[in-house]
Design a protein around this ligand. Sequence first.
Ligand code: FES
Length: 170
Amino acid sequence: MYSKEVMEHFMHPRNVGIIEDADGVGEVGNIVCGDVMWIYIKVGENEKGEKIIKDIKFKTFGCVAAIASSSKITELAKGKTIEEALKITKEDIAKELGGLPPVKMHCSLLATDALKEAIYDYLKKNNLPIPEDLQKEHERIEKEKKFVEEKFKEFVEKQKEMAKQKTNKE
Ligand code: FES
């Protein structure tokens, strides 16, 4: 089911961990599958004075494809300018991983979302201009998060309700 490259990144993920004094942190999750991902970035400058991703680390509680995708995106983003890093797509990740099964494409989307959120966090904290596209993406991610939390809340309340009914009958 998985390519050799996916298995290689799953078995030996690159840049795993936390950056304690990160300049930006992105946290995303997919409640449907339950996978959660964090990306930490440290921002520096290249010789042209452009802002670059100097260091990047990730932490993922997730499936094989999610771990391989987060490992791959850290490799792809390291050393890139903020603008270049924002252009990394889920298709780029899948291609670099030697392909991902269609049902696993959302795992690579989780990785691009986590990186976007980390960059958004960095720009916001430093009062830097946020590109319009990134602002829209952030709003989409936030909306999805809220939607999922709402859905989850209802589910939890329903479960409680059912438990209560059951106890009342007993
Ligand atoms: S199954 Fe959800 S991120 Fe992979």
